[in-house]
Each structure stands twice: as structure tokens, then as C-alpha cells.
Design a protein around this ligand. Structure first.
Ligand code: PHE
Length: 447
């Protein structure tokens, strides 16, 4: 049977970038930078993105295009009858866990979009007031759960209604708009009095701060932000045409993703220092800092609406890609209808998400290995499950697939000259460096 293909290279890029660019860049990256020591973290992050995450992204797309199928069948198809089929389970379970807590933060952005639309940030609110508003919001029981539900419903609606096309079109407008908005906010942020310290914090690395923990966190962030490690990009790869240049698409995705993350940090960190906030604030950082900026910039009320609307779209394109994995698995493997599958995934992710949401308030007393439920799920997926998935993918590509097949996919049968020149090096990264580095980071994390 002929599989669907993306019509244009641009379509693949939009889908890949849509999955990659999301809350990971604007919410998670800046607060991880704060928690893990500023420039040192960014330095390690950039190296890991290009040396490890990008080759892994190549691997995923290569396996996808070669096998012409989704993540849970791909391994079995390329290595029939082997234990590789169990990898598929990991590839389905991880996105379900991620989308559960992702949609809690998606819900927070909805609340803030709502606040922006009612011009709550322009009334001269002080920093402390904004902090209190945020804290009482996330620790309350019902409002965050309602928004989490709305966010998941929006995701399910896209999945069910096939409004994919609509959201793709919307995304093509919103993504550039988001980029411009974040740049505008960054300009405001770096021109605040006292912002210089924030820039130093972001760009002058203190190498003594680089510890195994920082490396593990940066690697986890790289996987999270690029959506690698559990077959989403693999599935997109399977839709890629024979003529498409896999390496170029993946590199563009990685570069765009990195730019978003860096500019978001420039929007947030200088402001954090200028206002005397604590950079180690954690998940609330973006939500506490930006509203204060909006309250203090020209046309701030308007910029706030634009920002949160664009953030919502970026978050939705990512959550749709996560949600779809579970649905596709139920439809293709368990032969359920698309509708039933959507509601099953909805029910599971909703329930897990509710626990995550409550872990900021009512359930804050519950600790799993010293983490709240939310932090535990976040660390479990980004620091353990995604690296594990990535490890399996590179071992598969580097050791199980034939070298000639891998190179063939990477160079389109040798027709892409530039790729052909790089292919030896990339193959080395996939076969040796990536698995060894992931293992080392894993082990050092255990000690
Ligand atoms: N990469 C997305 C983001 O940065 C999140 C995501 C992770 C999406 C994993 C798909 C898979 O927000």
C-alpha cells in the first residue's frame, strides 16, 4: 500500500519544527538554565545538541524512512522476530507520560492568555503581587485542573477533527509571529536597568559549574526540546519523500529550536536579574517574570496577548504530536476506532495530569525519590526514558542496520554530495560517540 507523503519539504519542516518548538523552548529551557547554573548549562547544551541530539535525530528519521512505518512497528519490521519489538512499548509509553504533564503547563498558558486578554498585567501590578497571583493559581485545586482539561480537549479536538491542516496553516503564521514577539520581549528585557548581569549570567560560562548532573540535565533538555528519543521524529521520517534531504531538514529543525530557546532566555534572564528575582525559581520562572515585563513595556498588554496566543499554538502543535503516538498505536495495533482511541488516551493522560497539577498544591506532600509528582514525571521522562529510547535507536541504527543502508538513506543513494562527504563522521557519531556518551551520562547519574 502506498503511504501518504508530505507534499513538500516545507511540510516536513513545519511538522518537525512544530513538534520541536513548544513549551520546551520557552518554558522549560529558561528555567533549566536558571536551575543548572546559567552559561555553563547553555555551553554544555549547545555542544550536546549538535554532537549527540542531532545525530540521534538523523537516526530516527533514517529508521523511519527506511521502515516506512511508525515507531512501534519499525523495529520489528527492520529486525523481525527479535527482542527489538519491545522497544516499541517504550516508544508509546513515554509520550503518554510526557503529554500528561505537558498539558498541565499548557493549561497554565491558557490561564495566562485569559489573564492577558482581560489586561491583568497592565494595572501596574508589582512583582510581589504577580508572584502571589501565580502561586495562588498553581497551588489552587480547581482552576489549573480546568485549564489542563481544556488544553487536553483542544489537543483531542485537533486529533479527532483532523484540523491538522488548519493548525498547520495557523502554525505557519503563528510561529514567525511568536519568534518576533519573543525578540521584542528580549529587546525590552535586555534594555532594562540592571539587565547586564543577566546577560553575563547567560553568556559567560563558569566552567567549574559543569557537573555530571548538569550534563544529564542538558542532555535531557536536548531530547525534550528536539522531541527525540521516542519515535515521533521517526514517524515523521516515515512520511518523508525519497528525494528529501533528511540531514538538512533535521539540522534546520535543530537550529530553529536552539534559536527559540536562546532568545527566550534573553527575554527572561536579564529581566530576572533586573527585578531581583531568583533565577533558580523552577517551573514558575517564565510565568512570574514575563507578566512583569508586559506590565512595563510599551503596548505590553497587546504583546502579552500575542505572546500567550502564540505560545498556546506552539504548545498545541507539540502536544498533538505526543498525543498522536498513543492514538496511532491503539488504532494500528489494537484495531480500535480513532474516536475510541482518542478518548482512551485522553482519559489516561487527563488522570495523570490531574495528579501532576495537584502536586503543586494539595498533593505537594507526596514525594517520589525526593521529587514532587510533577518533577518526578518530568525527570523520569527527560533524564531516563528519552535517553534510553535514544540509546536504543542509535544502537539499532549503528549496530543492527547495515552500514550501507544507513549511508544510503543519509545520502539518498549517494546523490547528495555534501551529505556523502559527512556520512563517515556522522556514522561514527551514531555508532560510537552517541551510545558511549549516553551510557556515561546515565551511569554518572546513577552514582
Ligand atoms: N519538543 C517539545 C517542546 O519543546 C515537546 C515534545 C517533547 C514534543 C517530546 C514531542 C515529543 O515543547
Amino acid at each position: 500500500m502506498e503511504r501518504e507523503h508530505f507534499k513538500s519539504t516545507f511540510g516536513v519542516l513545519v511538522a518537525m519544527a512544530g513538534s520541536a518548538i513548544g513549551l520546551g523552548n520557552l518554558w522549560r529551557f529558561p528555567y533549566m538554565v536558571g536551575v543548572y547554573g546559567g552559561a555553563a548549562f547553555i555551553f554544555v547544551y549547545i555542544i550536546l545538541v549538535f554532537l549527540l541530539c542531532l545525530p540521534i535525530l538523523f537516526s530516527e528519521v533514517i529508521v523511519g524512512r527506511r521502515s516506512h512505518t511508525n515507531a512501534f512497528i519499525a523495529f520489528e519490521r527492520l529486525a523481525p522476530g527479535s527482542a527489538w519489538k519491545w522497544t516499541g512499548i517504550l516508544m508509546v509509553a513515554t509520550p503518554i507520560l510526557v503529554v500528561s504533564y505537558y498539558s498541565v503547563i499548557g493549561g497554565w498558558s491558557l490561564e495566562y492568555l485569559f489573564k492577558a486578554c482581560t489586561f491583568s498585567f497592565t494595572q501596574g501590578a508589582t512583582r510581589d503581587e504577580l508572584g502571589t497571583i501565580f502561586n495562588s493559581f498553581i497551588t489552587s485545586t480547581w482552576t489549573p485542573i480546568i485549564w489542563h482539561t481544556v488544553f487536553l480537549l483542544l489537543t483531542a479536538a485537533v486529533i479527532l477533527g483532523g484540523v491538522n491542516k488548519g493548525i498547520e496553516k495557523f502554525g505557519k503564521v503563528m510561529m514567525p509571529l511568536l519568534f518576533l514577539t519573543v525578540i521584542a520581549i528580549a529587546v525590552r528585557s535586555v534594555t532594562l536597568p540592571g539587565a547586564g548581569e543577566g546577560l553575563v549570567y547567560l553568556f559567560k560560562p563558569d566552567f567549574s559549574k559543569i557537573t555530571p548532573e548538569v550534563c544529564a540535565a542538558a542532555l535531557g533538555q536536548g531530547f525534550f526540546s528536539l522531541s527525540v528519543g521516542f519515535g515521533i521524529m521517526l514517524t515523521y521520517g516515515s512520511y518523508t519523500r525519497k528525494e528529501a534531504n533528511i540531514a538538512l531538514n533535521s539540522t534546520w529543525t535543530a537550529v530553529a529550536d536552539l534559536m527559540f530557546a536562546l532568545i527566550a532566555s534573553c527575554a527572561i534572564m536579564p529581566a530576572v536579574f533586573a527585578f531581583g528575582l531568583n533565577p533558580q525559581e523552577g517551573p514558575g520562572l517564565v510565568f512570574e517574570t514575563l507578566p512583569f515585563l508586559f506590565a512595563n513595556m510599551p503596548l505590553g498588554g497587546f504583546v502579552a496577548i500575542l505572546f500567550f496566543l502564540a505560545l498556546l499554538v506552539a504548545a498545541l502543535t507539540s502536544s498533538v504530536s505526543l498525543f498522536e503516538v498513543g492514538v496511532a498505536w491503539l488504532v494500528e495495533e489494537k484495531h480500535l476506532s480513532r474516536k475510541a482511541s482518542t478518548w482512551i488516551v485522553f482519559a489516561v493522560t487527563w488522570a495523570i495530569g490531574v495528579l501532576c497539577s495537584l502536586s503543586f498544591g494539595r498533593l505537594s506532600g507526596i514525594s517520589i525519590f525526593g521529587n514532587s509528582i510533577f518533577n518526578f514525571l518530568d525527570k523520569l521522562s527527560a533524564n531516563w526514558l528519552m535517553p534510553l529510547g535514544a540509546l536504543l535507536i542509535v544502537i539499532f541504527t549503528g549496530w543492527k542496520m547495515k552500514k550501507s543502508d544507513v549511508i544510503d538513506e543519509f545520502t539518498n543513494g549517494g546523490t547528495l554530495r555534501g551529505n556523502a562527504r559527512l556520512s563517515g563522521f556522522i556514522y561514527f557519531l551514531i555508532r560510537w560517540l552517541a551510545p558511549v556518551a549516553i551510557l556515561i551520562i546515565f551511569l554518572s547519574n546513577l552514582l
